[in-house]
Design a protein around this ligand. Structure first.
Ligand code: HEC
Ligand code: HEC
Ligand code: HEC
Ligand code: HEC
Ligand code: HEC
Ligand code: HEC
Ligand code: HEC
Ligand code: HEC
Ligand code: HEC
Ligand code: HEC
Ligand code: HEC
Length: 413
């Protein structure tokens, strides 16, 4: 009866108040001594040796329970099948605790998650339930540094499964081990090593209760939603990205437009100055801009970066990293009005004449670079001629040599 009224009044905001309400309502209840007290339960369950018939422990740590956020509750507030009885021993098998009695709003959100869906499809799924992330009798509020869901502790909580090869395999987690990647990333390092509270943990990007697959358009990490998720912290970058040619294409639903993880990855994000990453991004631009990287690789800049050096211009040095526009757009760093100052960042003496140099000169493209095209053709023809001539020469010379030797051998025999 008490539980029924409790369940009805409890909402997200009214938890503490309704908790008081129980305390007030309990003594005036019709059957005051109808249930066992916590002391009664602990009479047996504080015993460290108390086990089920099969040997599994049923001990409850009294100190931990009382220090938990639920320490003020009656055991029977959660174990409701013992709420209206004082009979002992109680049944061996008791109902599962239903957190929704008091946390209806959170449970409703959880029901939308991939973890809940996986369990609904398969009751033996290893997907996370409330107790996997929060515990049972030792639950602490997320603001408590000892809580499993405290900002700095949460990655370890997810990693118990998402960093465990056995669970990844048996639990059909498709993406594999992201924990190691995350821990090595700038975000993971900032969180675990520097203890930086503003560095993102798993829940900042995925949510805690409403975690969804990346392919679900409602997911925080769905392609089109990622910029806003990252931009929650990187607001300045988000603003630049949103107006860029890539950002507008992504917002317009262009499935080939890049989102933040295309260039930065999702879990293995590195500091932007890292040489290896800067070289990787060139290849990443090239996976979509196949022609541009081909012509870039023919230039001095492209050949030097191919050798592993970043002193020369990468794509982003000329085009910017986030404020990328079509060259015809006056906001573009390579638009005719801006290109001189872009080259001047490294070539102090650059002027209008210098920038006549085409960074995407294409020796295959007759209309774009006629001079280069014919020069390249000339060089190719010359090359074929030279190799052809010397090849023929060597061949004839070799044949002559063989004939000469055979003649000499026959002569001496
Ligand atoms: C007389 C001792 C005793 C008392 C008092 C007692 N329990 Fe138990 N409880 C046990 C034993 C023994 C088991 C293991 C039953 C088994 O599986 O054989 C158990 C098992 C349980 C289980 C596990 C049930 C399951 O389905 O696995 C829960 C939950 C539980 N008790 C809750 C309580 C609560 C809440 C109270 C107080 C309202 C309480 N117990 C009072 C002895 C007691
Ligand atoms: C906030 C709700 C809540 C309260 C309050 C609570 N329990 Fe539990 N208890 C659970 C959950 C959740 C489980 C895990 C099994 C399940 O999901 O039903 C559990 C499991 C148990 C078990 C089975 C062994 C185990 O640890 O899995 C025992 C025994 C038990 N509780 C005893 C108690 C006793 C005694 C009290 C009071 C001191 C108490 N519980 C208070 C939520 C609660
Ligand atoms: C108790 C183990 C467990 C814990 C803890 C856990 N997960 Fe999962 N998670 C799973 C399993 C198993 C699946 C696969 C469900 C399926 O599709 O069958 C999954 C699926 C996912 C998916 C969907 C992608 C996929 O490969 O199926 C995401 C995203 C995810 N979890 C994120 C998290 C985050 C973030 C945390 C921590 C806040 C977390 N999980 C905690 C077990 C866990
Ligand atoms: C995959 C891990 C995970 C699972 C599963 C999970 N939680 Fe949480 N929970 C979190 C994280 C992380 C936070 C703290 C950050 C936040 O507010 O989102 C949190 C916060 C909470 C809070 C306090 C803040 C709030 O949002 O009201 C409550 C209450 C809560 N969880 C209850 C539950 C219940 C009940 C379930 C089961 C339906 C559950 N959680 C399942 C990770 C989880
Ligand atoms: C009988 C009601 C009741 C049940 C059932 C219950 N809780 Fe709670 N829970 C509370 C109350 C009351 C608070 C304290 C709220 C407050 O102080 O704001 C609380 C707080 C919490 C918090 C901390 C919220 C925060 O501010 O960070 C978490 C996490 C939590 N509960 C998880 C659970 C989980 C998981 C279950 C199921 C195993 C559960 N609760 C079952 C009543 C309940
Ligand atoms: C900085 C944001 C960010 C952080 C932090 C982060 N993730 Fe992710 N995660 C993503 C993005 C974005 C994706 C989408 C896939 C992609 O683009 O590679 C993703 C994908 C996933 C997937 C696969 C989802 C699917 O449906 O395929 C899982 C599982 C996952 N993350 C778990 C975690 C866990 C566990 C942690 C913490 C150890 C974590 N993530 C931390 C952004 C993040
Ligand atoms: C097309 C590739 C690409 C995309 C998409 C992209 N970035 Fe970047 N990002 C870069 C490059 C290249 C740099 C390095 C700039 C440099 O050379 O210093 C960078 C640098 C950064 C930096 C470091 C600060 C800085 O500007 O140097 C942050 C933070 C960042 N990006 C976040 C994001 C976020 C958030 C998104 C999504 C809204 C995003 N990036 C999308 C390529 C990209
Ligand atoms: C909860 C806030 C938060 C979220 C969400 C977040 N980041 Fe970060 N990010 C940070 C912080 C804080 C740092 C700085 C860490 C340091 O310098 O040690 C950082 C650093 C970076 C860097 C390196 C910057 C540099 O100066 O070299 C990049 C790149 C980056 N984040 C990209 C992303 C991308 C992409 C996403 C989304 C997938 C994302 N971040 C989501 C907080 C966040
Ligand atoms: C030295 C500076 C420089 C570098 C390095 C550079 N570009 Fe360009 N890019 C330009 C200029 C200037 C234009 C506009 C003039 C033109 O069309 O030739 C341009 C044009 C483009 C265009 C527009 C289409 C086109 O070909 O006209 C794309 C796409 C492009 N670049 C991508 C890339 C990619 C991808 C990389 C790296 C693999 C890269 N650029 C490296 C300067 C550079
Ligand atoms: C995931 C694919 C993808 C990646 C990675 C990518 N781009 Fe793009 N880029 C596009 C698409 C799609 C457009 C065309 C948008 C439109 O026109 O609506 C575009 C447009 C451009 C344009 C304007 C082209 C024009 O037509 O004038 C430039 C310049 C450009 N990107 C440079 C870059 C650079 C530099 C990088 C790496 C830092 C990069 N892109 C990475 C997909 C990508
Ligand atoms: C990030 C710096 C950087 C940017 C931006 C840059 N370059 Fe370069 N470039 C270099 C370096 C370093 C070399 C190596 C030779 C040197 O030291 O002068 C080089 C070499 C060259 C060369 C061949 C060697 C020579 O000096 O004749 C040409 C041509 C050239 N750049 C043109 C351009 C043009 C045109 C632009 C602007 C569209 C540009 N570069 C932008 C760094 C840059």
């Amino acid at each position: 009866m008490v539980m029924a009224s409790y369940a009805r009044v409890v909402g997200r905001t009214g938890l503490a108040a309704s908790f008081l309400l129980i305390a007030l309502a309990a003594p005036s209840s019709a059957q005051p001594a109808a249930s066992l007290s916590n002391d009664d339960c602990f009479g047996c369950h504080a015993d460290p040796g108390l086990t089920r018939a099969d040997g599994r422990s049923v001990t409850v740590d009294r100190a931990k329970f009382e220090a938990s956020i639920h320490g003020g509750l009656e055991c029977v507030n959660c174990h409701v099948d013992l709420a209206d009885t004082t009979e002992l021993p109680h049944p061996e098998k008791l109902a599962k605790v239903d957190c929704s009695m008091c946390h209806g709003d959170v449970v409703a959100r959880y029901q939308q998650s991939i973890h809940a869906h996986a369990r609904a499809d398969n009751p033996d799924s290893l997907a996370a339930t409330c107790t996997d992330c929060h515990g049972t009798h030792d639950i602490l509020p997320s603001s408590d540094p000892a809580s499993r869901t405290y900002h700095l502790n949460l990655p370890q909580t997810c990693e118990r499964c998402h960093g465990n090869p056995d669970i990844i395999k048996r639990g059909h987690i498709q993406i594999g081990n992201v924990a190691t990647l995350y821990n090595d990333s700038i975000h993971g390092q900032a969180l675990t090593r520097s203890g930086l509270l503003v560095a993102p943990n798993c829940a900042d990007c995925h949510g805690g209760h409403d975690i969804k697959r990346a392919s679900n358009p409602e997911s925080k990490v769905y392609r089109a939603n990622v910029p806003a998720t990252c931009g929650h912290c990187h607001e300045g970058v988000l603003r630049e990205f949103e107006e860029s040619v890539h950002g507008t294409a992504l917002a317009a639903g262009n499935p080939t437009a890049p989102a933040c993880p295309d260039c930065h990855t999702a879990h293995n994000i590195q500091r932007a100055e890292t040489v290896a990453w800067r070289l990787d991004v060139i290849k990443e631009c090239g996976t979509c801009h196949v022609e541009s990287i081909r012509t870039y690789r023919d230039t001095f800049h492209g050949q030097v970066t191919a050798l592993g050096f970043t002193r020369v211009a990468t794509c982003a040095d000329c085009h910017n990293s986030h404020r990328i526009f079509k060259p015809s757009d006056p906001r573009s760093s390579v638009a005719p009005v801006n290109v001189v100052s872009t080259c001047q960042r490294c070539h102090a003496g650059a002027n209008a004449n210098f920038v006549k140099y085409d960074p995407h000169a294409d020796k295959e493209n007759h209309t774009r670079n006629p001079f280069l095209y014919y020069t390249a053709r000339f060089m190719k023809t010359l090359l074929i001629f030279v190799f052809g001539f010397f090849g023929l020469h060597t061949g004839l010379w070799f044949a002559g040599e063989v004939r000469e030797r055979r003649r000499r051998r026959n002569g001496s025999a």
